[in-house]
Design a protein around this ligand. Sequence first.
Ligand SMILES: [Zn+2]
Length: 236
Amino acid sequence: MSISEKLLPFDVVPDDRALAIREALRNAIVDRRLAPGTKLSESEVGSLFEASRTVVRAALQMLAFEGLVKTERNRGAFVSNPTPEEAHQVFASRRLLEPGIVSAAVERITDADIDMFRHQLQEEVRFMGERGPSARRAEIKASGDFHLMLAHVSGNVILQRFMDELVARSSLVIALYGSTGVSRCGHHEHADIVDALQKRDAARASALMLHHIDHIEADLDIRVREGLALKDALDI
Ligand SMILES: [Zn+2]
């Protein structure tokens, strides 16, 4: 390992292969094709993608940073299996951050940004009527993207990073604890938030966001459960 890798494990520009492996694993995790707790062996992943261990390790490190993968000393990397408590903590964190992000976004939002949000809402609708795992993945992603766009408009790069992680963790929690087609960002709630943004009404936009996060969490069935594998098997 070079000295720069030792000093800058997360800030080095990851190569394209590492990013591609991360994307493929991320999709498989959110889709539940890779069940929580599945071991991700470096050599196996490496041979599947014809990549070196160093590249695979970089991809796994990025996923671990987002909370989608857990690494254990001497045991390797596994798909995360968020406990009900961790799942609640994800939403508790979002309740703290997102109303502030929305207020900051109201200060900076332009008419062009509003157009971009309206376009995003159309994308969400496009996936809602479709079925199957790829539509579900696209829908979870489109819902998350709305929140990431808000963080981007807020202009706070640090909050944006926090939201990257929280949205990734939320996707895993929703994939794990949501019943197909039920738990997702309500399209109307996003539309209401955009209306408040357009009126530059920070108080209303923040209140709507808080309500929205409560709603996403309430739609999930977050509890310790046995037989998740069976549920997965039936939920094809
Ligand atoms: Zn949402």
